[in-house]
Write a new protein. Structure first.
Length: 119
């Protein structure tokens, strides 16, 4: 089970890289950057849910409060990315939403790394 979990963690990181790459491309003027951003945000959310399920199957002791916070932040990132992508297709760019989606993705990483469980 450990190799499968490791593969999904790598995929989760690639989703983050796609979000940040989409953000950077939008900031550099690419018209299609929001497409990468939205797919990265979707991937992060879905892969994160799969990871929680795999860890539950592996009988890992999970901090559900932390997972709940990460879920809410990931959903907010997906919503920002989806709205920004829709506005981009209608030729009304939403750079603040793109920035917010990237910031939320980074916050999610910070929650994952910095939120320590009591020992």
């Amino acid at each position: 089970m450990e190799p499968v979990i490791g593969i999904f963690v790598v995929l989760h990181f690639l989703g983050l890289a796609t979000i940040l790459g989409g953000w950077l491309s939008v900031r550099l003027g690419a018209s299609r950057g929001t497409t990468a951003l939205v797919w990265g945000a979707r991937a992060q959310l879905l892969i994160g849910i799969v990871l929680v399920g795999l860890l539950e199957i592996a009988h890992e002791d999970l901090n559900m409060a932390k997972i709940g916070v990460k879920l809410v932040v990931a959903l907010a990132a997906v919503v920002c990315a989806e709205i920004a992508n829709t506005r981009q297709r209608k030729a009304t760019p939403a750079p603040r939403l793109v920035d917010l989606a990237a910031i939320l993705a980074v916050i999610n990483v910070m929650v994952a790394v910095l939120w320590q469980t009591g020992s």
